[in-house]
Write a protein that binds this ligand. Structure first.
Ligand code: ATP
Length: 238
């Protein structure tokens, strides 16, 4: 299996706050890897550091290339897409325009992009039906689908999803997890941050537990799902 992402001793400080302390992890091609951890553990910070929107120290390699000197927008071109917490679609733009914006760094004809968008509309008919609706008026679940599809329009090798289930009804959460599995079947590698640890671990090849900026545990999804410590700390209420 090819190593896609290799992170060594990654640290991020926000002023006096050490949000990440010497984090070492990796993601192989076609894996689903989940980060679990309590509030403020540093999960979102790790994703922001990998997408290059917060300064970090340490080493990050993507497909063997040093990513540290690479700007945030060049990381998108290199194949890293990030769906941040809270979805953040462009609320005043239509569904269709949101998707086209997702492809803005690609040198592909509009016709080809529209074919790709039609493919998403086949997969997610609700987005197709609403393609001319402004994104801010979509339901929470529809916005999450749109945010994921917009990220996919950059043709990523690695898709980072930060709490995709946040604020969604249980039935829609189940759909989101189904989508994540089907993306992996299409060859996309996924790094996932989730509070729904039970469901996330159940679809993960491997996972890491982050506590106050440090990795304290790692294993297969199955191992962590059955770990006493993880069950007590993160799975109790689900
Ligand atoms: P949650 O599950 O609550 O979203 P998280 O694991 O994603 O948490 P982060 O958002 O990465 O955690 O935050 C890690 C730490 O860094 C927290 O203590 C947070 O208060 C702090 N932090 C995050 N962003 C900033 C910022 N822009 N300025 C200062 N401190 C920050």
């Amino acid at each position: 299996m090819q190593r896609l992402l290799n992170v060594k001793n990654l640290s991020v400080d926000y002023g006096a706050i050490k949000a990440l302390k010497q984090v070492t992890l990796h993601v192989d091609e076609n894996e689903i890897v989940t980060l679990i951890g309590g509030n403020g553990a540093g999960k979102s910070t790790l994703m922001r550091a990998l997408s290059g929107i917060v300064p970090a120290s340490g080493a990050v390699e993507f497909l063997g290339e040093d990513l540290m000197p690479v700007s945030a927008h060049k990381r998108v071109s290199a194949g890293i897409a990030h769906v941040p917490e809270g979805r953040q679609v462009f609320p005043d733009q239509t569904v269709l325009d949101n998707l086209l914006i997702g492809a803005y760094l690609r040198k592909t004809s509009r016709k080809k992009l529209e074919q790709e968008i039609d493919h998403f509309f086949d997969l997610f008919p609700r987005l197709g039906e609403r393609q001319n609706q402004v994104a801010g008026t979509l339901s929470g679940g529809e916005q999450q689908m749109l945010a994921i599809c917009r990220a996919l329009m950059s043709k990523p090798r690695l898709l980072m999803l930060d709490e995709p289930s946040l604020g969604l009804a249980p039935q829609i959460v189940a759909d989101v997890f189904k989508i994540i599995r089907s993306l992996r079947e299409q060859g996309i590698t996924i790094l996932l941050v989730e509070q729904m640890a039970n469901q996330a671990l159940a679809i993960s090849d491997r996972a890491y537990v982050l506590e106050v900026g440090s990795i304290v545990m790692q294993g297969t999804g199955e191992e962590l799902l059955h770990s006493e410590k993880v069950r007590e700390a993160y799975l109790g209420k689900q």
